[in-house]
Design a protein around this ligand. Structure first.
Ligand code: HEM
Length: 238
């Protein structure tokens, strides 16, 4: 690093923790999700499927808590944690985007304008995964936050909810079960298509980081580890 490059603290510890924990959870959720999608091909038994779904849901809770933490931080946090510096909705964003497309030599303390678009898309589709996932957890293996209500809805005898188990017909009213499964069907479709969208976005996110690092040379990747970017003083942008 040459002498005129200045270390500037950009990413707080909270943002960095969110980022790496999110990466871990998403990777795990994708691997288990892919196994569930290809259950027949893998010859999964019913018990094996229930076990995988339980792992998926428990990882999903960590993912959801971490994501909610990040969403709240956007409103209550400081500096580059805040939405004004993260999402592509700040006043003057269109001008920023135009300048970014015209001038290859600009460097940015926070996200560049294309990065802001990507963060918005990633957070949106991850929120879709979180919300649909929580509904599926309730309607598939009767897990919180909706599992008890779903079990009560399909039960023949609502005093014996503990008898309601995944893939079991004990104490289940067949008509109510069919209604519940019909209601959850579009939720599964959204969960799966939002998963495919996330795969594409993640590929573009990684490509974007590589291109930005080659263009701006601000030590983007290590900044997400130690919090510091390195910027030439004459070219700094917000
Ligand atoms: C980035 C986050 C996530 C990804 C990429 C993801 C991906 C997937 C995929 C690919 C499947 C297979 C769908 C199928 O078998 O038809 C699946 C199923 C499932 N997911 Fe997720 N998921 C995510 C988050 C969550 C969360 C947060 C929860 C709940 C806490 C959750 C709960 C479930 C459940 C219960 C199923 C089984 C649905 C079924 O077989 O009908 N997921 N997920």
């Amino acid at each position: 690093m040459t002498a005129q490059y200045q270390p500037i603290r950009v990413w707080s510890r909270k943002i960095r923790l969110f980022h790496w924990l999110n990466l871990l959870c998403v990777l795990l959720l994708m691997v288990i999700g892919l196994m569930l999608l290809n259950g027949k091909l893998l010859g999964l038994s019913a018990d094996g499927k229930i076990l995988l779904k339980t792992f998926h849901v428990i990882t999903g809770y960590v993912f959801a808590l971490n994501l909610v933490f990040r969403l709240v931080l956007g409103f209550l946090g400081k500096g580059y944690e805040r939405w004004g510096k993260t999402l592509p909705f700040n006043p003057g964003y269109r001008r920023e985007l135009l300048a970014f497309r015209q001038n290859k030599h600009l460097v940015y303390k926070g996200h560049n304008p294309a990065g802001k678009l990507m963060v918005a898309a990633l957070l949106f589709f991850m929120s879709v995964q979180m919300l649909t996932g929580l509904v599926l957890a309730g309607t598939d293996i009767y897990y919180p936050p909706f599992g008890t209500y779903v079990a009560a809805y399909i039960a023949e005898d609502s005093d014996k909810l503990d008898e309601i188990k995944p893939y079991s017909k004990v104490n289940v009213n067949a008509q109510a079960y069919r209604e519940m499964r019909a209601l959850r069907k579009p939720v599964v479709t959204v969960h799966v298509y939002s998963f495919y969208t996330l795969v594409v976005l993640i590929v573009f996110h990684i490509l974007g980081v590589i291109i930005a690092e080659r263009r701006e040379k601000t030590a983007l990747v290590s900044a997400m580890i130690n919090g510091y970017k390195y910027l030439p003083p004459d070219k700094q942008k917000k």
